[in-house]
Design a protein around this ligand. Structure first.
Ligand SMILES: Nc1nc2c(ncn2[C@@H]2O[C@H](COP(=O)(O)OP(=O)(O)OP(=O)(O)O)[C@@H](O)[C@H]2O)c(=O)[nH]1
Ligand SMILES: [Mg+2]
Length: 273
């Protein structure tokens, strides 16, 4: 562990369901800030380096400053349970390009409840989009409720999907007890400026030591399928570091609750086989 976290780069996590615009948001941050601050980026994909390649091709940051971690399993594991691969990647970037001001870490697209461990990031953004429906913000969950910033993305699409953005922001703000919510579109310059200002204020708070990393909390129990057609219920209890995960074996036809988690997972595009 570094002697003082304030003396190293801010580590900023970006989480949220598949396709809500995490990579695009990181590209936007780089586009508006890379001339001003020194940034590194880490992407997490299950089997590919697709997101890293997208970001390199966006031409908004020196390609060598963008590295991919292939998680090989459920994305939340690498940002929450065993963060070693990401910590090494962050430390390598910070060493290779010292001094960096910020390392942004993109989570693999996961279900609604996956969040970063404070052992990996100092602050985190949770990204929803209007295409996921106006109700999502009201449903809450650790990322929606307690990430440092909630982004409601792709507001330019709202008229096409029948979503009332101001109402979605009101719902999200009340689910977050006043924590910040940002309605964003990469085509809306004012919203991009607000994102830029939030990132700069977070770097300043990290440097001054006034920002205290928060754990948004563990993800909800969920079902992991096995190759033999069964599976197990996977829980992350409050004290995930003190207790190993509890893997309760269950079989698809026996466990109605596990079934519903499996369904929730596949709806969220979690990516389990
Ligand atoms: N209309 C619109 N589309 C957007 C916006 N931001 C991102 N997109 C599109 O949304 C799609 C998904 O964006 P990504 O940035 O790849 O999303 P992601 O969350 O990184 O996706 P995964 O890493 O696969 O989970 C792409 O087709 C983007 O072009 C936006 O502000 N407006
Ligand atoms: Mg992505």
């Amino acid at each position: 562990m570094p002697e003082s976290t304030a003396s190293r780069a801010l580590r900023l996590g970006v989480a949220g369901p598949v396709g809500t615009g995490k990579s695009s948001l990181i590209a936007t941050i780089c586009r508006v800030l890379a001339d001003e601050i020194r940034i590194g980026v880490i992407t997490n994909d299950i089997y590919t380096d697709e997101d890293a390649r997208f970001l390199r091709s966006a031409g908004v940051l020196d390609p060598e400053r963008i590295v991919a971690v292939e998680t090989g399993a459920c994305p939340h594991t690498a940002i929450r349970d065993d963060v070693t691969a990401n910590l090494f990647a962050a430390e390598d970037l910070e060493r290779a390009f010292a001094p960096l001001d910020m390392v942004v870490i993109e989570s693999g697209g996961d279900n609604l409840t996956a969040t970063f461990s404070p052992a990996l990031v100092d602050a985190q953004i949770f990204v929803l989009d209007v295409a996921g429906g106006g109700d999502v913000a009201r449903k809450g969950g650790p990322g929606i409720g307690r990430a440092d910033l909630l982004v409601v993305n792709k507001t330019d699409l709202a008229p096409y999907v029948g979503v009332d953005v101001p109402q979605m922001v009101v719902d999200a703000t009340s689910a977050r007890e006043g924590r910040p919510v940002l309605a964003l579109s990469r085509t809306d310059a004012a919203s991009v400026a607000a994102l830029r200002a939030w990132v700069l204020s977070m770097i300043a708070a990290h440097r001054s030591g006034s920002h205290v990393p928060q754990d948004p909390g563990p993800m909800a129990p969920h079902f992991h399928a096995d190759e033999d057609g069964g599976g197990y219920l996977h829980t992350h209890d409050e004290d995930a570091h003190a207790h190993a995960h509890e893997h309760e074996h269950a079989h698809e036809h026996e466990h109605a609750e596990a079934h519903s988690h499996a369904e929730a997972h596949s709806h969220a595009g979690h990516g389990h086989p």
